[in-house]
Design a protein around this ligand. Structure first.
Ligand code: NAD
Length: 429
């Protein structure tokens, strides 16, 4: 099948590369010409395991192409995916101007039937607006369909997730659109759920909001554990073995961040409010998430007393491991607070330092964990990168001024850290 992907970011590029690998002819388009130039040269603009080999392999055989021309991308593509960003606006709603703009431009260059698919995460009823925009701007009489096909991949395991999804959601208003999308996804052998467009849009917002709710729930329970001497890991294990609840997303820590959960929860709250329903539950999820970071900062304050004149090392900057994405990363608020209080901050992240430097230019970036540890008054673990598990703790300890660690991700065994001579402060344990 001939496919165009409009917006070649984390989702657009991974989706395009995977569809190409499944045998389709894919053109990935982006307005960022520099990005397209890099991709043509085989330079991948994001850190994502397995992505480069997939792009290289399919670009080499001409199955995956890159362009900055929307007209060229739309060309004779049967299916056009919109994968542009939907960032949060100041009031929490999703900024849909990129989606509208793309819909308008597609309409202007359409020259025959196309299926236009929302891949971006959008609030319910966006499909209707996309359809209206296209109808108003396309040449009279041109046939088209609009569909919603939300994406559930996670950064850090995007390729695996795309190729092995739990389910594929297809929101359509015509049989023709359903047939096309089912055919496209057939090779994945995954359950396909066909719904109306509104339901598909809600499935995405509700899924992310539910996962965020699990995280805030376990963090709230972690706070009760701390006050009573219970251990959140044992509690989470005891809860998670119940199949109705499930083990995942029950890791207590400093809360969720990233380019999806914060904006999707707030967009779901906002669209609910616009529709006349006050989604108080989700507003509380947001409040707990914010407070979780504040509680962690309070622990750091209590442990270090005055931050002014102290040096603090930060391990991990990306919003989660295996990505270089810094959008809404908890490290940003934590580091800004430390700097505001007068601390000198040193940091290391295996992948996100280049992106972090644009947001946090005032701190010192180190080559590894041991350089971060040198002469610091305390270390803070913000992202649970696997490589931190392999740290030589004795080496780390001897580099530090004081053996004090604040672990926002509960990466290490509390007793073992104590036995090694660390003052080790984690979450809910
Ligand atoms: P991103 O910022 O990485 O990529 C968006 C891309 O769209 C950018 O490269 C930008 O230059 C391009 N763009 C903007 N306007 C354009 C236009 N008019 N024409 C062509 N390209 C244009 O964003 P992302 O993380 O890939 O997210 C895209 C959408 O997918 C969002 O709605 C997001 O919520 C959703 N989503 C993201 C993830 C994730 O893990 N990142 C997962 C599931 C769903």
């Amino acid at each position: 099948m001939k496919i165009a992907i409009i917006g070649t970011g984390y989702v657009g590029l991974c989706t395009g590369a995977c569809f190409a690998d499944l045998g389709n002819d894919v053109v990935c388009m982006d307005i960022a010409e520099e990005k397209i130039e890099k991709l043509r040269k085989g330079i991948i603009p994001i850190y994502e395991p397995q992505l480069k080999e997939l792009v290289d392999r399919n670009a080499a055989i001409g199955k995956l192409k890159f362009t900055a021309s929307l007209k060229e991308a739309v060309g004779n593509s049967e299916v056009i995916f919109i994968a542009v960003g939907t960032p949060p606006r100041h009031d929490g709603s999703a900024d849909l101007s990129y989606v509208e703009n793309v819909a308008y431009q597609i309409a202007k260059v359409m020259d025959g039937y196309h299926l236009i698919v929302e891949k971006s995460t959008v609030p319910v009823q966006t499909g209707k607006r996309v359809e209206r925009t296209i109808k108003e701007n396309a040449r009279h009489g041109i046939e088209f369909d609009v569909a919603s096909n939300p994406e559930f991949l996670r950064e850090g395991s995007a390729i695996h997730d795309f190729l092995h999804p739990d389910r594929i959601v297809i929101g359509v208003s015509s049989e023709r659109a359903a047939i096309l999308l089912k055919k496209l996804y057939e090779p994945l052998n995954a359950p396909i759920i066909v719904t109306d467009i509104n339901s598909a849009e809600i499935i995405k917002h509700a899924s992310n909001s539910f996962l965020a709710t699990k995280i805030s729930f376990i963090n709230a329970v972690a706070n009760i554990c701390e006050k009573t001497g219970a251990n959140i890991e044992e509690v989470a294990h005891g809860i998670g073995l119940d199949k109705r609840i499930g083990k995942s997303f029950l890791n207590a820590g400093i809360g969720y961040g990233g380019s999806c959960f914060p904006k999707d929860v707030s967009a779901f709250v906002k669209i609910s409010e616009d529709l006349g329903y006050d989604f108080k539950l989700l507003r509380e999820v947001e409040t707990i998430n914010k407070r979780q970071k504040e509680l962690f900062l309070k622990k750091i304050h209590d442990g270090l007393w005055n931050l002014s004149g102290k040096t603090v090392g930060v391990l991990g900057l990306a919003f989660k491991p295996d990505t270089d994405d810094m959008r809404e990363a908890p490290s940003i608020d934590i580091i800004n607070y430390l700097v505001k209080e007068g601390a000198r901050v040193k940091a290391y992240d295996p992948a996100a330092m280049e992106n972090a430097k644009k947001i946090l230019p005032i701190i010192d970036y180190c080559v590894d964990e041991y350089e971060v540890a040198r002469n610091v008054d305390a270390l803070i673990i913000v992202t649970e990168w696997k490589e931190f598990k392999e740290i030589d703790m004795n080496c780390l300890k001897s580099a530090m001024k004081k053996p004090l660690i604040f672990d926002g991700r509960n990466m290490f065994d509390k007793q073992k850290m104590k036995a090694l001579g660390f003052q080790y402060i984690s979450v809910g344990r």
